[in-house]
Design a binder for this molecule. Structure first.
Ligand code: 5GP
Length: 192
């Protein structure tokens, strides 16, 4: 069975950076583009980083059954995985990678056969430093994200694997090793 990789963990843990390194190292992976109602950051492109939807449009798609999973996140913003993204990636004969917060990752773990969950952990002080340095949210929202991160770090054991992002090179290598191992096990990697 073709695996679906789900990378989860607290905001600021470096999931996006690790996934970028992973996709550069392992051929045949494609990251699903999520939908969100949060505002677009200056560095982001619609349809590349996210599908940026209005509240009305997001609700319309929930009602239409278009989401595999969706969650309300900090500041009432909603995030969700579109079934059409998973179908598109499978049709391209690629292996899907999802970047999700914890509740969404647990839902996919329960519901999608072949899903492999990987929790990215980081030191809370380091998370706080990254979020404040990135400065893409207001101070209030950063505080909210850090409080949530503290609770989330206690829940690493609910997922199949844990990778500690204390050093980006080491963590990218560890994530790559997990993914390659699972691809070989599933018989979906060249040379397996
Ligand atoms: P950010 O606003 O920093 O881009 O994302 C906030 C959180 O939402 C991150 O932890 C990210 O992994 C998560 N996220 C992004 N897309 C989705 C999605 O489609 N579903 C779920 N459940 N979480 C998502």
């Amino acid at each position: 069975m073709r695996p679906v990789f789900v990378v989860t963990g607290p905001s600021g843990a470096g999931k996006g950076t690790l996934i970028k390194g992973l996709v550069e190292r392992v051929p045949g992976l494609e990251v699903a583009v999520s939908a969100t109602t949060r505002p677009q950051r200056p560095s982001e492109a619609d349809g590349h980083d996210y599908w940026f939807l209005s509240d009305e449009e997001f609700t319309r798609r929930i009602d239409g059954g278009e989401f595999l999973e969706w969650v309300p996140y900090v500041s009432g913003r909603r995030y969700g995985t579109l079934r059409s993204e998973i179908d598109r990636i499978a049709a391209d004969d690629q292996v899907c990678v999802l970047e999700l917060e914890l509740e969404g990752a647990l839902k996919v773990q329960e519901e999608v056969p072949g899903s492999v969950t990987i929790f990215i952990a980081a030191d809370v002080d380091e998370l706080e430093r990254r979020l404040r340095e990135r400065a893409t949210e207001s101070t209030g929202e950063i505080d909210e994200r850090i409080a949530l991160a503290r609770q989330q770090l206690e829940r690493a054991h609910e997922f199949r694997y844990m990778v500690r992002n204390d050093d980006i090179e080491r963590a990218t290598a560890a994530l790559t090793a997990v993914v390659e191992c699972e691809l070989v096990r599933a018989g979906t990697m060249a040379g397996s």
